[in-house]
Ligand binder design. Structure first.
Ligand code: G3H
Ligand code: 13P
Ligand code: ZN
Length: 309
């Protein structure tokens, strides 16, 4: 099956009260672990690539790895640009075969965000590619952007109609209290479901996206801490909060940090327990397996998108 856009998967997810997992990919083991879990659980899938990942692995390698995932599984897979920050980057991914892009103009003024997003939508739709926009600012760290907690800001529901109808985007990322990375909350985790509810009241049946949605799974944080790392204070979004969002208008849940933790924790453990081993397959293999089981858990117990193809 060729790559698909997000249109059909979001429509079914909205109607079915579940969410699609959007997992960040950087290399072969990560792509294999994620797609094997999705294949076994019959789950539609979004594989997403940040600008940093594209720089790290190269566009061609990532395309070919995703092509291999399609050939091996025949799953409905969307290949999505995560946090595109310019028209040129979005265009390059669209021209290079991605089926979906995000244009993140959340750091711009409202008017500038609309203008940039609309320009990307016009180009993308002409080529049959779907577009995610963003309103509101998440705190946290991405490759090139570090938004402090004070500079993060919730989405304003009274802006969403003008943004969505003015740009033609296919989905909208909103800020309701999640943030990128492994240190999401200083105190008790709290999400603004009232904002999510008001946004979905204003945008009936419109797919909403949640970024910064890793749970920062304690098992892997403990593993990192046990085997020489230091991640005390790491905290993510509790799974029941994500399940609640998936039952509402949230159709796409972004997960990167949990992949990083599963991979890093497992590699640290393998290296500590087998100090004489120097074959990379001896630690990358278990890391791939850990990613697979973690993604399976998300699909079945958090997102609810198993058996949906
Ligand atoms: O939201 C950002 C993702 O976690 C990607 O992170 O820009 O370091 O690849 P990255
Ligand atoms: P996490 O850092 O919570 O995994 O969020 C990833 C993300 O939003 C990618 O766009
Ligand atoms: Zn994000």
């Amino acid at each position: 099956m060729p790559l698909v856009t997000t249109t059909e998967m979001f429509k079914k997810a909205y109607e079915g009260g579940y969410a699609i997992g959007a997992f960040n990919v950087n290399n072969m083991e990560i792509i294999q672990g994620i797609t094997e879990a999705a294949y076994e659980e019959k789950a539609p899938l979004i594989l997403q690539v940040s600008a940093g990942a594209r720089k790290y692995a190269s566009h061609t390698y990532l395309m070919k790895l995703v092509e291999a995932a399609l050939a091996e599984t025949d799953l409905p897979i969307a290949l999505h640009l995560d946090h595109g920050d310019s028209f040129e980057l979005c265009k390059s991914c669209i021209d290079g075969g991605f089926s979906s892009v995000m244009i993140d103009g959340s750091h711009l003024s409202f008017a500038e965000n609309i203008a940039l997003t609309k320009r990307v939508v016009e180009y993308a739709h002409d080529k049959g590619v779907t577009v995610e926009g963003e309103l509101g600012k998440l705190a946290g760290i991405e490759d090139d952007v570090n938004v402090s907690a004070e500079d993060g800001s919730y989405t304003k529901p009274d802006e969403v109609e003008e943004f969505v109808f003015g740009t033609g985007v296919d989905s909208l990322a909103i800020a309701i209290g999640t943030s990128h990375g492994a240190f999401k909350f200083k105190g008790e985790p709290m999400l603004r479901y009232d904002i999510l509810e008001e946004v979905s009241r204003r945008l009936p049946e419109f797919p909403i996206v949640l970024h910064g949605a890793s749970s920062v799974i304690p098992e892997y944080v403990d593993m990192i801490n046990t085997f020489g790392g230091e991640m005390s204070g790491a905290k993510g979004v509790p799974e029941d909060m994500l399940r609640k969002a998936a039952g509402m208008a949230v159709c796409k849940i972004n997960i990167d940090s949990d992949l990083r933790l599963a991979m890093t924790g497992t590699i640290r453990k393998e290296m500590a327990e087998h100090p004489d081993a120097f074959d990379p397959r001896k630690y990358l293999g278990p890391a791939r397996e850990a990613i697979k089981e973690m993604v399976r858990h998300k699909i079945v117990n958090v997102l609810g998108c198993n058996n949906k193809i």
